[in-house]
Design a protein around this ligand. Sequence first.
Ligand code: NDP
Length: 334
Amino acid sequence: NHQVRLAARPQGTPGPEVWEHTTEPVPEPGEGRIVVRISHISLDPAMRGWMNEGRSYAPPVGIGEVMRALGLGEVVASRNTDFAVGDTVTGVLGVQEYVESDGRGLQKVSPTADVPPERYLALLGMTGMTAYFGLFDVGALKEGDTVVVSGAAGAVGSVVGQLAKVKGARVVGIAGGPEKCAWITGELGFDAAIDYRSENVSQRLKELAPEGVDVYFDNVGGDILDAVLGRLAMHARVVICGAISQYNAEGGMTGPKNYMNLLVNRARMEGFLVGDYLPRWGEAGTELAGWLAEGRLRSREDVVDGTVADFPEVFLKLFRGENTGKLVLRLNRA
Ligand code: NDP
């Protein structure tokens, strides 16, 4: 059982020195417990936050502990009546090949020929839930709104824009590079895209949202957040989903300067955690799966084949913008 453990707290971008690779025998299930063979590891920007010391919504991963990660796998041994050998489960499984668990917090899922397993880490998993509750509950989306989403070709952002279209909004996505911009406007039906690497975001927002932005779904923070705050409509809602541009920042986060525009426009800015909506995930999952089956939503998974040892390098793709859609590490076995 190959495992990747946190060896040291990173300063800035986490290099190979913060990881330790260990090997243990494949675990046996204790009484009332199961063993899961992990086939897919979810790569999430939030994992960078879990590596830091200090108070947050979840305790930090301890030094020497297996890195925390969402994943998907198959039950290969069971002494728990709720799980049978052969069940596919998702949940917090860690960066390793096998995990022994009491089953709490794990959800059974049913991949089919049409629904590949990695989709349960993407639109049909935590990613889809984040887009759904962030846009509909926190963002209080209304028909006819002008919605701007950053990280728009990423896992969450690509779903946010599509959901806004389903509800009849006008959607502008902000993403890095011409391919990503072409994908969100061409395949996903966004009304417009801004390539923040080559375009002036403030200037383009002025052209694309002349009446202002009603909902801004922020995945990146920093200068892009500041630019959108400068273009808020009256009673705008700014959803703080994440701030990936700041996660590796050394010497502290840099904040927006245009926040007084919240006052001027009687707007609000609100953070949220998808986990707080857990009791409603079932309802949201049914609705998302329905729209997916009707072809009104698309889920793109950016699957990298490799082993647990590849995790540290694959993780960094998120911060280099090398993924389109949901980044997943699929574990190969001999
Ligand atoms: P993504 O699939 O969006 O991957 C990250 C993307 O961020 C990259 O592809 C890159 O795209 C973009 N990015 C990276 N660095 C920068 C930068 N410096 N400036 C601007 N963009 C950058 O990840 P997820 O969809 O999984 O997560 C998106 C956000 O949602 C994150 O901030 C995450 O923390 C947050 N989140 C919050 C949750 C909650 O409960 N609040 C739950 C889940 C996620 P590009 O090429 O366009 O730069």
